[in-house]
Design a protein around this ligand. Structure first.
Ligand SMILES: CC(C)(COP(=O)(O)OP(=O)(O)OC[C@H]1O[C@@H](n2cnc3c(N)ncnc32)[C@H](O)[C@@H]1OP(=O)(O)O)[C@@H](O)C(=O)NCCC(=O)NCCS
Length: 173
C-alpha cells in the first residue's frame, strides 16, 4: 500500500524534526549550512515566515500525522517566474518508497498551475545518486555541469544543474 501523505506550510512545532533531519547524514549532500541549532531554526522561521521569496512545507503521513520530510521553493523570482527547490525525506523508513515522485507531482501542480510559474530548478552534487535518480525519473532536464561548485569535507565537489519547465511538465500530462 503506498503511503498516503499531505503537505502543509511549515509550523514552529515542526522545527525540532527539521533540525534533526538537517543535521543527520541524509542532508550531507545538500547545499545547506549545518549543523543548525533549534534556536537558529527558530530565528530562521521568524525571518522567513510569510516571505514571498521562499515557501517551506512539511510532508505529513495522513494515517498517523507523523512528520516524514520537508519540501520547499527557495529563491522565488517573481519577475522571471522561476525558483529553486529542495526535498528531504527525513524519516528513514519512508525512503525508497517513491514518495519523492508524488511530492514533486504535487509541487509541479502548485508551482505551474496555481502560482503560474515557469521554471523550477535544483543543483545536485554529482555523488547524490538517489537524488539524481529521482530527478531523472521525474523528467528534469540536465542543463549543466558545475565544476567544483561546492566545498565539502575538505574537497571541492562537482554539481549538476537540473530544471523542469512548465512546457516540459505539460508534455508529460
Ligand atoms: C533524494 C530523496 C529525496 C529521494 O527520496 P525517495 O522518496 O527515497 O526517492 P525514491 O524512492 O524514488 O528513490 C530514489 C532512487 O534512489 C535509489 N536509492 C536510494 N538510496 C540509494 C543509495 N544509497 N544508493 C543508490 N541508490 C539509492 C532508489 O532505489 C531509487 O532508485 P530507482 O528509481 O532506480 O528505484 C531522498 O533520498 C532524500 O531525502 N535524500 C536526502 C536529502 C537530499 O539529498 N535531497 C536532495 C537534494 S535537494
Amino acid at each position: 500500500m503506498p503511503v498516503e501523505f499531505y503537505l502543509r506550510d511549515v509550523t514552529e512545532t515542526d522545527l525540532p524534526k527539521r533540525v534533526e533531519w538537517i543535521n543527520s547524514d541524509a542532508c550531507e549532500r545538500m547545499n545547506i549550512a549545518r549543523p543548525v541549532t533549534l534556536k537558529e531554526a527558530q530565528e530562521w522561521f521568524a525571518r522567513n515566515h510569510g516571505s514571498n521569496k521562499k515557501k517551506h512545507f512539511t510532508i505529513v503521513d495522513k494515517e498517523n500525522d507523523r512528520l516524514i520530510g520537508i519540501f520547499g521553493f527557495t529563491d522565488i523570482d517573481e519577475m522571471h517566474k522561476n525558483a529553486n527547490c529542495y526535498l528531504v525525506i527525513g524519516e528513514k523508513e519512508y525512503l525508497g518508497k517513491k514518495i519523492s515522485l508524488r511530492v514533486f507531482q504535487w509541487a509541479f501542480r502548485k508551482f505551474f498551475e496555481e502560482m503560474q510559474y515557469n521554471r523550477i530548478y535544483g543543483i545536485i552534487d554529482e555523488d547524490n545518486i538517489p537524488c539524481l535518480k529521482m530527478v531523472e525519473s521525474l523528467g528534469f532536464v540536465r542543463e549543466g555541469y558545475l565544476r567544483q561548485q561546492a566545498f565539502r569535507n575538505g574537497n571541492f565537489i562537482n554539481r549538476y544543474l537540473y530544471a523542469m519547465l512548465k512546457e516540459d511538465w505539460e508534455k508529460q500530462n
